[in-house]
Structures are given as structure tokens and as C-alpha cells.
Design a protein around this ligand. Structure first.
Ligand SMILES: [Zn+2]
Length: 428
């Protein structure tokens, strides 16, 4: 078992050790007799850093990219590249990435304070803790969670941080632990997850993190010495999850960088409206209302335009075989417009047949006839569009479809127009 130096001192960033084992596959890795590197466990993610070997004035630097716990309690240091000139017995020097460790301490200690705040205020226990690269979350065992509860818990957690209470590491036996009123009892002997809190080689001893007169939990993680070192805690999104409610939070420097990012985003959005950031919701609502009303106005105008255009087209189309055959290919008109136009043409005249198309923005066709006219627009459109390599369909009186390329549309419409104009006046 590796002697875990972080158990007693989370601020130990440098240490000396001896290599115990080496492996090249599946990934290059090292096991030491003692280590200050934290392996992923209990919701907290691993440390990174360096292992230095050889001449202290010109050491070989081995980059530690991940650290994990083996089933038998050894700490495995995964390295970026295979190791040379190092063998079991070699003395090495370990260096933890201190800013990453400090961030993890702020998040993890922040989590203990926050979880305790939810218990003290609302008796809501935390069932899991997750640490991601940019935010953390806890899952609370509760069917409901109100926004005000989140704000109360955030306020209490920050008060405990500002009071700068001592955070002590204690080791007690399991029996003793059961009498101390821990926020969360550690898993039973032999259960998974115990490795992080049971003190290796010390029988049933457990490691406790004691936030003076506020929280006592069994935990194997790295923690601050005083709550003031957490800095502050900011609660963000809450969401319903399968086992309760998830509360996202950021602590310490993350809280500052998250607030900075929020402010930058809000400032950029507010500049678009020439508004103050606090007036942004009101401005956005106003704009959305305007868009809605403009959209309605546009729909009305389009209908009016289609009606006027239909009337003009009908006036300019002579009757043949007692029907008016309107054939037109537009460009810069969408399918919706030529559909409106077809509707108006067949509404305004009892004997209209409309073969309409547009070549841009999206090549499309609409065929329509006034009710009672003899053709089958659905079948006709299907035939035409299949020949043009597109898709579409519709009913006997109205059909529509789209093609990938508008090149052959004009010629196709002329061909159908020819066919229809030679059809007899009486229904076929
Ligand atoms: Zn913990």
C-alpha cells in the first residue's frame, strides 16, 4: 500500500519517494512507496504534476497525467511517456501541480460546507458529489427544491466561509465515528468506496474532516485548513434528476472566473440593445414581442400581395377552352409565397389552373386548380417532380414539391402547359 502523504497535509506539494514498481503497458505508470498525489476517488478528481528522477541539478522530468487507486490501495501514477533510467529502488522527487490542487481543495471543501448547509437548513442530505473541469454538482435526496432554498443555503455556506473556521483532519475508529454524529456515515467494512476514508494499515480507523462546529464527515479528499481559503461559493443551475435534485456550484477562483464570464456575456448581449445588463430581460422580451407582431404584419402583407398579384395575373391571362391557365416561374420567392399565390388564383377565379414555380432560394413547384376543374394536380406534380429528381405530392386540387436544381423547371412547366391547354373543356 502507498503511504498517502496528503492524508495529513493537503498543502504538501513536494515530496521525496522511492520507486516500487514500473509498467509500460497498457500505459506507462509508476508506483511509489509514498505519494502526495491524490488519486480520483470520492467525487474528487486526480492531481497532476511531475516526478523528477536522476541528477537533482539536471533531473529527468516525468509528467504525471493521471493518478488512480488500485483495488489493493496502491496509488498508480500514469505518465505521459515511457520511463528510462528509472527502476525499482530509484529515489525520485514528486511535484504536485499546486494551482490544480488548490482548485480541487476549494471545490471539495466548498462541497462539504454546502452539503452541511442543506442539512442544517432543510434536512436535505447529499447523495453524490461530482467534480467536472468547469463546475461541480451535488445531488440532493429530495422530491422538491425551491429557488429560495438554494439562495438560503448559498448564504449560509458563504457565512461559514467568511467566519474562517478551522478545518481539521481527525482519525477515529469506526465505533467512535458512529457516536460523533457524522453528516454521512462511511460505507460498511469491505464495501466499495471505503478505501478513500479508511486509513491504510490502521485497522478500522476512519479519516474525518471536521469543519469546526459545523460539519463532520468521513472523507479521504484534500481540504483547506480554514474555511476562508474556500474564498466563496456560487450556486448556479438546479435540475431534477432521477434520484432527487442536482445543484451545480462553483467555489473559490472558479466562482470569480464564472462571474467574469457571465458578466462578459451579459455585457455583450446588453450592448446589442444599448441597454444596462439588468434591463436585458425586459429588452429581450420587448424585442421578442416586436418580432411576433412584425411576423403577423408580414403574413398579412404577403397575403395582400399574393391577392393583388393573382388578380393581375388573371387579368392578363386570356381564357382558352373556357379556363385560365397561369404558368409562371419566379426567382427570389419562397415556396410559401407561390403557395399563397396559387391559393388566391384558384379562389379568385372559378376556372383557374396554376402551374407555379420558383428557382430561388429553394427550387420549388406548386400546382393548383379551382375546385371542379378536371385535372389531378397531385398526380401531375408527382410525375413532373420525379422527372426533375425531386420530391413532393398533394391532393387533386393542390400539390407542392421541391427539387435540388432549378434548371429544368421552366421547360417542364411549358411542356405540361402545352398538354393541359389541348385538354377538352368538359371534365375528363
Ligand atoms: Zn469529501
Amino acid at each position: 500500500m502507498t503511504d498517502r502523504l496528503y492524508y495529513h497535509d493537503s498543502f504538501l506539494y513536494d515530496f521525496d519517494a522511492e520507486v516500487r514498481e514500473l509498467a509500460d503497458s497498457p500505459r506507462p505508470s509508476l508506483i511509489l512507496d509514498r505519494s502526495a498525489f491524490y488519486p480520483t476517488s470520492g467525487g474528487q478528481v486526480f492531481d497532476t504534476g511531475w516526478i523528477l528522477a536522476g541528477d537533482p541539478n539536471d533531473p529527468t522530468k516525468l509528467r504525471v497525467t493521471e493518478v488512480a487507486e488500485s483495488e489493493d490501495g496502491r496509488v498508480v501514477h500514469y505518465l505521459e511517456a515511457p520511463v528510462k533510467d528509472v527502476k525499482p529502488g530509484t529515489r525520485v522527487h514528486g511535484q504536485i501541480d499546486a494551482s490544480r490542487r488548490r482548485d480541487h481543495m476549494q471545490q471539495h471543501s466548498g462541497q462539504h460546507v454546502l452539503s452541511a448547509a442543506f442539512v442544517r437548513l432543510f434536512n436535505l442530505p447529499t447523495v453524490s458529489f461530482h467534480m467536472a473541469d468547469d463546475y461541480c454538482s451535488i445531488d440532493l435526496d429530495t422530491p422538491n427544491l425551491a429557488r429560495e432554498q438554494v439562495e438560503f443555503a448559498e448564504r449560509l455556506a458563504n457565512e461559514i466561509i467568511f467566519e474562517n473556521r478551522p478545518v481539521d483532519i481527525r482519525f477515529v475508529t469506526r465505533d467512535e465515528a458512529t457516536t460523533l454524529g457524522l453528516r454521512k456515515l462511511p460505507p460498511a467494512k469491505g464495501a466499495p468506496g471505503l478505501a478513500g476514508v479508511a486509513r491504510p494499515g490502521r485497522g478500522d480507523e476512519l479519516r474525518l474532516i471536521d469543519i469546526r462546529d459545523f460539519d463532520l464527515s468521513a472523507c479521504g479528499g484534500t481540504h483547506v485548513r480554514q474555511t476562508g481559503q474556500i474564498g466563496s461559493i456560487l450556486l448556479r443551475k438546479i435540475e431534477k434528476v432521477r434520484q432527487g435534485w442536482r445543484v451545480e456550484f462553483v467555489a473559490g477562483q472558479r466562482a470569480v472566473s464564472t462571474a467574469r464570464r457571465d458578466f462578459t456575456t451579459l455585457t455583450e448581449a446588453a450592448a446589442l440593445f444599448s441597454a444596462h445588463i439588468y434591463d436585458l430581460p425586459q429588452q429581450a422580451r420587448k424585442s421578442l414581442d416586436e418580432i411576433k407582431s412584425l411576423r403577423k404584419q408580414r403574413e398579412r402583407s404577403q397575403e395582400e400581395l399574393a391577392e393583388a398579384q393573382a388578380a393581375a395575373l388573371l387579368a392578363g391571362t386570356p381564357e382558352a377552352n373556357s379556363r385560365k391557365l397561369v404558368v409562371r416561374t419566379f426567382s427570389g420567392r419562397d415556396l410559401n409565397h407561390i403557395k399563397l399565390l396559387a391559393q388566391q388564383l384558384t379562389r379568385l377565379a372559378p376556372n383557374a389552373v396554376a402551374l407555379l414555380a420558383t428557382t430561388s432560394p429553394q427550387p420549388s413547384l406548386v400546382f393548383a386548380q379551382s375546385p371542379g376543374q378536371p385535372f389531378d394536380m397531385g398526380a401531375l406534380l408527382k410525375q413532373t417532380i420525379a422527372a426533375l429528381g425531386g420530391r413532393g405530392g398533394g391532393s387533386k386540387d393542390m400539390a407542392q414539391g421541391g427539387v435540388a436544381n432549378g434548371d429544368g423547371i421552366d421547360a417542364a412547366l411549358k411542356q405540361i402547359a402545352q398538354k393541359l391547354s389541348s385538354a377538352p373543356a368538359v371534365p375528363m
